[in-house]
Design a protein around this ligand. Sequence first.
Ligand SMILES: *Cc1c(COP(=O)(O)O)cnc(C)c1O
Length: 367
Amino acid sequence: MLNYSSWIEIDTKQFKKNLEIIKFHLKNSLFCLCVKANAYGHGLIEIAKIAQNQEVDYLAVATLLEGIQLREANIDLPILVLGTFHENQIQDLIKYDLEITISSFFKAKLVKDFCEKKSLKCKVHLKVDTGMKRIGVNPITAISLYKYLKGEGCFIIKGIFSHFACADQKDHPMNKVQSKIFDDLLNKIKPDRSIICHMVNTAALCDFAIDLKDMVRLGALPFGCYSKPMPDKFKDIKSIFSVKSKVSYFKVVEKDEGISYGHIYVTKAKTNVVTIPIGYGDGYSRSLSNIGKVLIRGKKHPIIGTICMDQFMVDITEGSAYIGDEVVLVGRQQTQEITIQDIASLCKTISYEVLCAFNERLPRVYI
Ligand SMILES: *Cc1c(COP(=O)(O)O)cnc(C)c1O
């Protein structure tokens, strides 16, 4: 079917199902899908197109460039750029109708000066730092900054938002602290009804948020990569991401022979070895050297030796394999599965990083 050596498969049918389930549970809150970092590795444009057809309300990206890519692909949903910006990016943010995050008086004034010079208006979201200490105005200054935005004719205030720092730890005291700081602020400034207040991300939605506010910003959940057991209401949300390859080479190696760079693996007996044509140059982490597993013919087999830039080796002695056999690095094969979380734990990181690491060299196939 495919002429690729290795590729990523995205299950679009399941993705639509995931979006439907989420939309159902959000009730009256808007759904903002985070598509930064190539839609968590799933492919920015294709994912945005599906989201648009499935009536997702908003998209969020991290950078100006990601926003431009979406607009150039004719995505016409509202797009919020979550990150901050430099003065020389303001022109394009407005030109491409991207919604700007205002995180300080300094940034607000840059935008105002530009808009006044060119007689333009721009859509903005006020970002409040309730505890993440990344970007965002502190809650006290937020009151006067909101007034400033309201008072200057060039600003169309679309939203006010904040971000949890410890939402993945359900009982962390910061969750309540941050919620309260944000709520108190909203009570003080009493934003107009048209202004979208948003704070909830995947971990908050899954674990503790009672008040979803006007919008939720979700990345991990729609892609089915929430790292803890899914809460019951989301139990039918599944991962849509598989990484596949094909056995490219077979050989028998005698006992006491070193395999791959540095010979960090030495055969303990006569060993049947296959080579898989994918490596860290594709985003398959080198930390999986000697410890990762792959699925071939429905069984897990161990990676032996160092993972190279474009290839690695697998001990197939316990099974069998022919050149051209499908290899699953992430995803299901027959009754077995290797999840993104499995790989994240082996690499001592989080699922998000594993997903984002898979880069453009691997073609995405949408099934
Ligand atoms: C990425 C991001 C999100 C989405 O987080 P998930 O845990 O993937 O749901 C929400 N808000 C901000 C500010 C983000 O950067």
